[in-house]
Design a protein around this ligand. Structure first.
Ligand code: UT7
Length: 345
């Protein structure tokens, strides 16, 4: 009996040790050179630096300028630099997922373009669209392929050229968004590090609060849709703000509770960078101090799928192996969620 019990325990421990988790083993960001400052926005629309900083925390954002430059340009840069610095052979990449709401084309997928450009010729690739939660959705989706043991190297890219869908005469949206991309390499980890748990949610009831009115199959592009400025981001800021505060903080609190994480256990919160006040509300709900909240919204604004990988990239030097990170996001759809991961290097 005693022997039986021991062997069961041993079996359990053995399996615990061997559980394959998907760990981030490298991260790289890319932001374009052009800096759109609040001062420049003051000259474009009726706004002030004081209003923008106090309501959002944003001081400047990057814009991708130039003919024929789409989201893939930034995704390629981030992915290429990641491969270079890790000396990874692109032919070893099994899968590349690109989270974006601003694909170069309706089809083919931006992920196809990125994979082709970096020489990931053995990978299959697809785009994933979940607005500002896109990176989290892509990270969790990719993790499943690692956890099953099916694949060994996956690139997840979060990239958006938000300037391509922003009306720069609309002061309520043009001050918020920016362009940028981040890429991570996911690999198997059997030391207990990597993605531990996730809470992902969506609710299509939020659709009319944050969306693009035309350009899809319901309302294809037309002379009228262009004249009516329907190919730009339409946002009911206050409604989105209210839901973002509620759901992003709830998801972050839920993941802490589910994993018995106290505020002390959390090394850092890596939040989607939409509004400094939404981030602060999330941190308050988690009960963590400002020193654990990673914010770079002042430099890049809201880059949609790019915010979380760019924020991790900016703060990579701070992370230690085994650190508990909580990632959290909220965006159009509505979509939201949080991910608990242990940093692997
Ligand atoms: O990442 C995707 C998810 N998106 C978000 O999470 C965004 C969530 N929403 C927000 O971050 C905020 O709602 C905004 C930053 C978009 C707006 O801030 P707010 O404090 O909610 O402002 P508001 O929309 O309630 O507008 C307050 C006032 C209005 O004027 P009146 O009607 O009170 O006279 C606006 O017209 O501020 C005005 N306003 C501005 N004033 C100066 C709106 N935009 C500007 C501006 N400069 N850029």
């Amino acid at each position: 009996m005693y022997f039986k019990f021991l062997s069961k325990l041993e079996f359990f421990l053995l399996n615990m040790e061997k559980k394959i988790r998907a760990a981030i083993t490298a991260i790289q960001g890319y932001v374009p050179d052009y800096i759109l400052t609040n001062a420049e926005l003051e000259r474009m629309v009726d706004t002030t630096d004081e209003w923008i900083v106090s309501r959002t925390g944003i001081k400047e954002r990057r814009l991708l300028k130039g003919e024929n430059m789409g989201t893939s340009f930034m995704g390629i840069k981030a992915a290429q630099q990641l491969l270079e610095k890790t000396s990874t052979d692109p032919l070893e990449i099994d899968l590349l997922i690109c989270a974006t709401v601003t694909p170069d084309f309706v089809f083919p997928a931006t992920a196809n373009l990125i994979a082709h450009a970096i020489g990931a010729n053995n990978a299959f690739n697809y785009d994933l669209q979940a607005a500002c939660s896109g990176f989290l959705y892509a990270l969790v989706t990719a993790s499943q392929f690692i956890e099953t043991g099916k694949y060994k190297k996956i690139l997840v890219v979060g990239a958006d050229k938000m300037s391509s869908i922003i009306d720069y005469t609309d002061r309520s949206t043009c001050i918020i968004f920016g362009d940028g991309a981040g890429a991570i390499l996911l690999e198997p980890n059997t030391e207990g590090n990597g993605v531990i748990d996730s809470v992902l949610r969506s609710d299509g009831a939020g659709q009319e609060h944050l969306y693009m009115k035309a350009g899809g199959s319901r309302k294809p592009p037309s002379i009228e849709s262009i004249a009516n400025k329907e190919h730009f981001v339409t946002q009911d800021g206050a409604a989105v703000y209210k839901s973002a505060v509620k759901y992003m903080s709830e998801a972050a609190a839920e993941i802490m509770q589910r994993n018995n994480l106290s505020a002390d256990d959390v090394a850092y919160l890596v939040p989607h960078q939409a509004n400094k006040r939404i981030i602060e509300a999330t941190a308050n709900r988690m009960g963590i101090g400002a020193d654990k909240v990673l914010i770079n919204i002042q430099r890049y604004g809201n880059t949609t799928s790019g915010t979380i990988p760019l924020c991790m990239w900016d703060n990579e030097a701070k992370f230690k192996k085994g650190d508990n990170l909580v990632l959290a996001a909220f965006g159009g759809g509505f979509t939201w969620g949080s991910v608990f991961l242990k940093w692997a290097y």
